[in-house]
Design a protein around this ligand. Structure first.
Ligand code: PLP
Length: 461
């Protein structure tokens, strides 16, 4: 069809230009996109990510409609992809940065300092000085030494006291490393009062990949108790930061919805709107997990017969592994699920193991999994690969990891642009995108400051 050839042409064009952003004439799935891209490949079979930018936008829309009181500060550590940061900045999101490098990266893209929270409770002194230099004044802390350090370097900083949470149901736990318990928190408030440091709010993090909404509800309740204490001491505490941990894989939508309902209810109970406490969160995986699908190529395989059972088993070696995009297997306790192109799908499955391309024996993605039989040069797809993947990947053994290629349909981009382009003007209209602007962190973005790439490309086209 015309659309097909149009699509093909556009992809061709972008590949020729070595461009990584494809504005598709029609909406398509990551799998369709990957299939097209693969058909056009000649001899190059490096791993690549198909990044569905519509998915990122839809996540944002879902967030601001599900939790209209909570301003999302995207946790850059989760995936520091420049295009994702740009897109989220355009949509009006704010940012959680963990270091000087992340602050610089986000600000270099045109994001203003007041849209950033420096949310790392233990910071290098020179980074605190940097934050002061560039005006990022809101930062977390959870211990007295950090309080004194910040007092010395940045006495006008607005401090956010991080509380410990019950993160026993989270995939990645932080409570052994960060957070003040209730008594410590009270002591820290007293100390801050004594040395005349401003405590502006309370934060917590229920653990990454949190699997129960109760953790959020309990933490919000604790935050209320501490905020009451701080207010009694005379602090003007007007910020509640409910952290990250919201699920982001496809298929977790219902679960996210449950958390949102529980969070909204707890906020209304403990932080009623009239009180004008600004509520923020630091979602990472929520925004990016499902948008990234990784395409890997089978570079080698081995057939073996199990000595005991006589079963024929297979070993496959693919061109991305745990030192690259699959570092989430080691660091994020992730169990990635392979998908196959229609030509490889089969009801006949074999016990197989899947290995990364380096010479290390640790570089294993699956030790035993039932999958169809694969050949060398077949492609294997991995969905939900956007969180804690490329941000921690390295080129061990000189091997590249997945390189992102972005796609978004023209029609969707036009809609998004229209809906988000001029927040201040839009704020007067009555549509649900506007709630974003009711949070006080979404400054209008100057289009010149953040030239969005699909727009540029469509002009080139
Ligand atoms: N905020 C802080 C302080 C974190 O340490 C993390 C994750 O490590 C996040 C936010 C993001 O968590 P998630 O990706 O689970 O939303």
């Amino acid at each position: 069809s015309n659309i097909q050839s149009d699509f093909q042409q556009q992809i061709n064009m972008h590949i020729l230009k070595n461009s990584s952003i494809v504005v598709t004439p029609e909406q398509c799935t990551a799998q369709e996109f990957i299939q097209k891209k693969i058909e056009l490949l000649t001899d190059e079979v490096e791993p690549f990510f198909a990044v569905d930018l519509e998915d990122v936008c839809n996540k944002h829309i879902r967030w601001i409609t599900s939790m209209p009181r909570v301003a999302p500060h995207y946790a850059v550590k989760c995936n520091d992809d420049t295009n994702v940061i740009k897109l989220l900045a355009h949509l009006g999101a704010c940012f959680d940065c963990a270091s000087k490098g992340e602050i610089k990266k986000v600000m270099d893209l045109g994001v203003s300092a007041d849209r950033i929270i420096y949310a790392n409770p233990c910071k290098q002194s020179s980074y605190v000085r940097y934050a002061k230099e560039v005006g990022v004044d809101t930062m977390t802390f959870d211990n007295e030494q950090e309080l004194m350090k910040i007092k010395q370097i940045y006495p006008n900083a607005k401090l956010v006291l991080r509380l410990v949470t019950d993160d026993s149901n989270a995939v990645c736990r932080f409570s052994m490393k960060f957070g003040a318990d209730m008594n410590t928190a009270r002591r820290l408030l007293e100390k801050a009062q004594e040395i005349d440091m401003e405590i502006t709010g309370v934060s917590f993090h229920c653990g990454s990949g949190q699997m129960t909404s109760k953790a959020f509800v309990d933490a919000i309740q604790n935050a209320r108790v501490i905020m009451n204490y701080g207010q009694k001491l005379g602090f003007n505490m007007k910020l509640l930061d409910i952290g990250g941990g919201f699920p982001g894989n496809s298929g977790t939508e219902e679960y996210f919805g449950e958390i949102a309902v529980a969070v909204n209810r707890a906020l209304d109970e403990h932080f009623p709107t009239e009180e004008n406490v600004r509520i923020i969160a630091e979602p990472g995986r929520y925004y990016v997990a499902s948008a990234y699908s990784l395409a890997t190529n089978v570079i080698a395989s081995r057939e073996m017969v199990d000595a005991e059972s006589g079963e024929t088993k297979y070993m496959y070696y693919i061109n991305d592994g745990v030192y690259g995009s699959f570092n989430c297997v080691l660091y994020d306790h992730y169990v990635p699920e392979p998908c196959f192109l229609p030509q490889n799908e089969s009801n006949e499955k074999f016990t197989s193991s899947i290995w990364g391309p380096t010479c290390d024996g640790l570089d294993c993605i699956h030790t035993s999994i039932q999958i169809p039989k694969l050949n060398i040069e077949d492609w294997v797809l991995w969905k939900n690969m956007g969180a804690y993947t490329i941000s921690a990947a390295v080129q061990f053994n000189g091997l590249p990891f997945g390189k992102p290629i972005y796609f978004m349909s023209k029609q969707f981009w036009d809609q998004i642009k229209e809906a988000f382009e001029t927040p201040a003007r839009k704020a007067r209209n009555d549509n649900h995108f506007i709630r974003l602007n009711s949070t006080d962190c979404s400054n209008e973005i100057d289009d010149d400051e953040l030239p969005w790439i699909p727009e540029d490309l469509s002009e080139e086209a």
